[in-house]
Design a protein around this ligand. Structure first.
Ligand code: AMP
Length: 394
């Protein structure tokens, strides 16, 4: 049974229903409240951070009663997590409330093989990939065939359910194959990808309106640590115009193909031989948090504008920006806010090792001014994390 917390704005003419109530829902809600929208979230956790912003229904994504309560009277529904079962999106749509983006985007993004096949159909470069066929009686034989096709070094990934580098094994030599098979073969279907020797990781966020208009924010440079996004810089420093144009074209092609409405993120490898798409996130994205202070219109506001059929806002940057994730611990707020151009976001989550609990965005007029500010913020965020207790021992 879904329990409701909080209440919607009295007389709110428009209610947005959101599948998921984590920090992305919370920031979407902040933009929604500014627009006078009623925000309603469904999340399995009663402590989900979006509960501070709107009505939080607690329930499972496969609970028909919870889904019906989420949808009741809503103008439009969306999702803030790509792990939401496509069936939940379909159940909400079946009540007559439009779900934007639609369930096909979820289905594509939830299966790395389907996703890469779609990209290939659109002529968009990816890592070399091969399906690991199921049902081979000889353990590991199908994985060996897939690795023959993509070459070694390679990354073996679960087709479904992996995120932040989880559900992956790197194969650097034939001796690693059995270990990769032992680690992943019980986690469901697998895909093998050739290892891309990228210069750096980038991402592009774009938004498509109901009328088909597409706008994109500048390409972002992303730095990961232990498989988790650590720092994003926007616009990506020293990016050549051809790469920028390719990224924008890829995003436009994916959005149009899926008849997509809302914000999408494409994670990219800047490989000297080609710009390659690693994966898509059919939602607002961590590498777009800088847009709150660093762009004329944030990813959150534009997602809401898009799904409501309202005009899209300008996606131009206001200057330069960098975003630092707070992972497992939060820095001293006063120290962070003393840095010029720094903006602190805390998600209201219990700090735990490896968990994103907040972020800091630093803005400046130019790269030279940003550098010093970013170093100060990285020191404060890193210092807090270093001082935090590690995960509980066995
Ligand atoms: P993913 O879960 O696909 O986002 O992968 C997590 C991280 O692993 C990426 O951000 C890359 O740093 C790395 N990675 C994933 N796939 C590949 C690949 N095919 N080649 C090189 N690095 C990869």
């Amino acid at each position: 049974m879904a329990e409701a917390q909080g209440h919607e704005a009295p007389g709110a003419p428009t209610t947005v229903a959101v599948l998921g109530g984590g920090q992305l829902g919370r920031m979407l809600g902040l933009a929604g409240v500014a627009l006078g929208l009623g925000m309603r979230f469904l999340d399995p956790s009663p402590g989900a951070g979006a509960g501070a912003i709107g009505t939080l229904l607690t329930g499972a994504f496969d609970d028909p009663d919870a889904l019906a309560r989420l949808a009741a009277g809503a103008t439009v529904a969306t999702y803030e997590w790509e792990g939401v079962p496509a069936g939940a999106a379909r159940a909400v749509a079946a009540t007559g409330v439009p779900v934007r983006p639609g369930s096909r985007a979820l289905e594509v993004a939830q299966d790395r093989l389907v996703e890469k096949e779609l990209l290939r159909t659109l002529g968009i470069p990816t890592a070399p990939f091969a399906e690991v066929e199921e049902g081979d009686p000889e353990p590991g034989a199908a994985l060996r065939r897939a690795l023959d096709a993509v070459g070694i070094p390679a990354v073996v990934k679960t087709r479904r359910g992996g995120y932040d580098g989880k559900g992956q094994a790197v194969v650097r030599s034939p001796a690693d194959v059995d270990r990769a098979w032992a680690a992943l073969s019980r986690s469901g279907p697998l895909i093998a990808e050739g290892m891309v020797a990228f210069r750096r990781e980038l991402s592009i966020l774009a938004v498509r309106g109901i009328d088909g208009e597409v706008r994109s924010w500048p390409v972002v440079e992303n730095l990961h640590q232990d498989g988790i996004l650590r720092v994003s810089r926007a616009p990506a420093p020293d990016l050549d115009p051809a790469t920028e144009a390719a990224a924008r074209a890829y995003a436009g092609a994916v959005l149009t193909e899926l008849d997509y409405v809302g914000v999408v993120a494409l994670e990219l490898f800047d490989d000297p031989s080609a710009l390659r798409v690693n994966e898509m996130a059919p939602r607002v994205h961590n590498s777009g948090h800088w847009t709150i202070e660093g762009a004329t219109t944030s990813q959150f506001e534009n997602h809401l504008r898009a799904i409501l059929g309202w005009p899209l806002g300008d996606t131009a940057p206001r200057g330069v920006a960098a975003m630092v994730n707070c992972i497992g611990a939060l820095p001293d707020p006063a120290a962070v806010l003393a840095v010029p151009g720094a903006h602190l976001h805390r998600y209201g989550k219990e700090p735990r090792a490896g968990r994103k609990v907040g972020h800091v965005t630093v803005v400046a007029a130019d790269e030279a001014a940003l550098e010093g500010r970013l170093s100060l913020v990285e020191e404060l965020v890193g210092g807090a994390e270093g001082a935090a207790p590690g995960p509980p021992g066995p």
